[in-house]
Design a protein around this ligand. Structure first.
Ligand code: NAP
Length: 291
């Protein structure tokens, strides 16, 4: 028993250290210079911040979201920051034809694509599930099916460039949490679909990386407006989050956990102590503030 503990505990320590601190690979901003990148949901929040980082790194940018006036401003700012080029296409991902329109725009403009960053989400109430199946269906279209459709359209170009797909997901796509049932369903769907696709790429030797980004609470305006009254956590900064996403994509990591400690430890607890995790999750909410 003593010998077992002597061997088991250091091994567990090593496994945890490896889990939380994977070997750092070298990231340099030059890796993005001249790369052709699509960012969806780029008119605000994390998507907007990713556009600014990529602009500073001198990438070519194609941005998309619904609100044209906001996209225009983001594009102007990207050009000031040094983007190799920047343009936008506005439209809603609820429209099933729109994902292909965006990818076609990239093909017509650049004749290829290096990175597809799928980040947009449709609006969903932060509250008890009210039985609205139509809303779940609509959210699946925006948050999940459009991601699949963009991937299908972009894949020939990504195969040619040996490019990357970056999928923005959430803690709510790894562990169940209250008041987000439709949103959470769409994020679990992303994890299932893209983790399965990654296997197939590997088996088939398709040189396209898939990075699933599992994010905790981030201080974007929309997220703070929706949940700050109900969540006790302090949100992490959107600028740093955006940079970590870009790094994980270009380094072709399978998953990003951001912020690393809080997301990493909750995902680990999910597998070893699910009941404890459930009570921990519930204790993080001011339930009396949910109407
Ligand atoms: P955000 O600020 O609300 O940005 C959402 C983006 O999606 C906007 O550009 C919005 O622009 C666009 N959008 C909304 N509806 C759309 C539609 N129907 N068709 C096309 N585009 C649409 O969100 P965020 O907080 O930055 O979140 C970005 C990503 O991080 C999301 O995938 C989210 O799930 C994930 N995440 C965020 C947090 C957080 O705490 N912030 C936590 C975990 C995961 P328009 O309104 O102009 O269309």
């Amino acid at each position: 028993m003593g010998l077992l503990l002597k061997i088991f505990i250091p091994l567990l320590g090593l496994a945890l250290a490896f889990y939380f601190y994977p070997a750092p690979e070298n990231f340099s901003e030059e890796m993005l210079r001249g790369k052709r990148v699509i960012v969806t949901g780029a008119s605000s929040g994390i998507g907007e911040q990713m556009a600014y980082h990529l602009a500073r790194m001198e990438a070519h940018l194609l941005l998309t979201a619904r609100t044209e006036a906001k996209l225009q401003k983001v594009v102007e700012q990207c050009l000031k920051l040094g983007a190799a080029s920047a343009r936008y296409v506005s439209g809603s991902m609820e429209d099933t034809a729109f994902p292909e329109v965006v990818v076609k725009e990239a093909e017509n403009t650049w004749g290829g694509l290096d990175m597809l960053i799928l980040n947009h989400i449709g609006y969903s109430r932060f509250n008890y599930f009210n039985g609205d199946v139509g809303h779940v269906r609509k959210l699946l279209e925006i948050n999940f099916l459009s991601y699949v459709a963009m991937t299908v359209s972009a894949l020939p170009m990504l195969k040619e460039s040996g490019g990357s797909i970056v999928v923005i997901s959430s803690m709510a796509g790894k562990i169940g949490s209250p008041f987000t049932a439709p949103y959470s369903a769409t994020k679990f769907a992303l994890d299932g679909f893209f983790s399965s696709l990654r296997h197939e790429f590997n088996i088939d030797k398709v040189n396209v990386s898939i990075t699933v980004c599992v994010l905790g609470y981030i201080n974007t305006e929309n997220a703070m407006r929706a949940v700050s009254h109900a969540i006790r956590n302090t949100p992490a900064p959107k600028e740093e989050c955006a940079l970590e996403i870009i790094k994980s994509g270009v380094l072709r990591q399978r998953e990003l956990h951001y912020p690393p400690w809080s997301v990493g430890s909750l995902v680990l607890l999910r597998d070893i102590a699910p009941n404890f995790l459930d009570s921990l999750v519930r204790s993080n909410y001011n339930v009396e503030n949910i109407r």
